[in-house]
Ligand binder design. Structure first.
Ligand SMILES: [Zn+2]
Length: 294
């Protein structure tokens, strides 16, 4: 075979060899195309979710009714306390005519209350009949609420020559006792202690009563431990209006006209002191308010 032919045959052979290789590649490629993809990593199956429970709607709590504010105690306007001494089983001093002090103390106390009420003042009596009231109950009554003042009515006894009119008060007030009485009376919530004006009240009453009756002026006296005056929060005095044991004064005390002068003088001394203290009857409408008798 000539060389050229041989070379031609070789090239043909090479050609077919290459073609076969190419064909193989194509086949492999086709085979690769048919390879299944690797499975994806298996993922955990989702846990079946719990059943959704729809909460039962809770009804709204009922709104409590509003608590009404506690109303502040309404206190009546301060008044005047008249304290007729003794009473009931406590007769007081014995007069030369056999009458006891308690009778005249009540008569003068009631007349004084009437006189002051007629002038527009509100007045309370610790007793309005022949009843026994202890000394402690008298001051306790006076301390139940704010008062303008307290006047205790008494009559004296002594040697037959002893005469005249005198007025007692208690000064100074004992701060601890006053604070205790103030709290017991429910007046401690910011309420100031009443002014300690008992000495001025005593002087006003003493001067006016002596002027009205012409009685001997025995003056005013400080007795810090006198029960009613020392335990009463409001300014307080005790008036000894005359001597049941003096012949002339005993006659005077039995006389309604003399007692009327005495009452006028006592009322004048009280109202003069109230006016000087800036008080007027308009702030104290008249209304009886007495301790009920036993
Ligand atoms: Zn007395």
């Amino acid at each position: 075979m000539p060389t050229r032919t041989l070379h031609a045959q070789s090239r043909v052979a090479l050609f077919f060899t290459a073609a076969a290789a190419l064909a193989l590649c194509i086949h492999q490629a086709a085979t690769f195309k048919n390879i299944h993809p690797l499975p994806s990593p298996s993922l955990p199956s989702p846990t079946p979710s719990a059943p959704i429970i729809t909460p039962t709607p809770t009804p709204p709590a009922p709104t409590p009714p509003p608590i009404p504010p506690t109303p502040a105690p309404v206190l009546p306007p301060p008044d005047i306390v008249i304290d007729p001494g003794h009473g009931g089983t406590d007769p007081g001093r014995l007069g030369k005519d056999g009458q006891h002090e308690k009778k005249w103390a009540l008569a003068v106390g009631q007349a004084l209350a009437t006189q002051l009420r007629a002038s527009g003042w509100k007045v309370s009596l610790t007793r309005d009949a022949d009843t026994f009231i202890s000394l402690l109950d008298r001051s306790t009554f006076a301390n139940q609420r704010p008062r303008l003042l307290l006047v205790s009515i008494h009559f004296n006894s002594g040697e037959s020559a002893a005469s005249g009119l005198e007025t007692y008060f208690s000064w100074p007030r004992q701060p601890e006792l006053m604070a205790k009485l103030h709290a017991a009376a429910g007046l401690s919530a910011g309420a100031p202690l009443p002014p300690d004006d008992s000495a001025a009240l005593a002087a006003s009453i003493q001067q006016a009563a002596c002027a009205a009756t012409g009685s001997r002026n025995r003056g005013t006296h400080n007795r810090p431990n006198l029960s009613v005056t020392s335990r009463t929060l409001a300014p307080a005095v005790l008036v000894e209006c005359g001597f049941l044991t003096h012949p002339d004064e005993a006659d005077n005390i039995r006389s309604s006209s003399w007692r009327a002068k005495l009452v006028k003088g006592l009322a004048s001394g009280i109202t003069s002191w109230l006016a000087a203290s800036g008080k007027s009857p308009s702030s104290s409408p008249p209304s009886p308010d007495n301790i009920p008798g036993p």
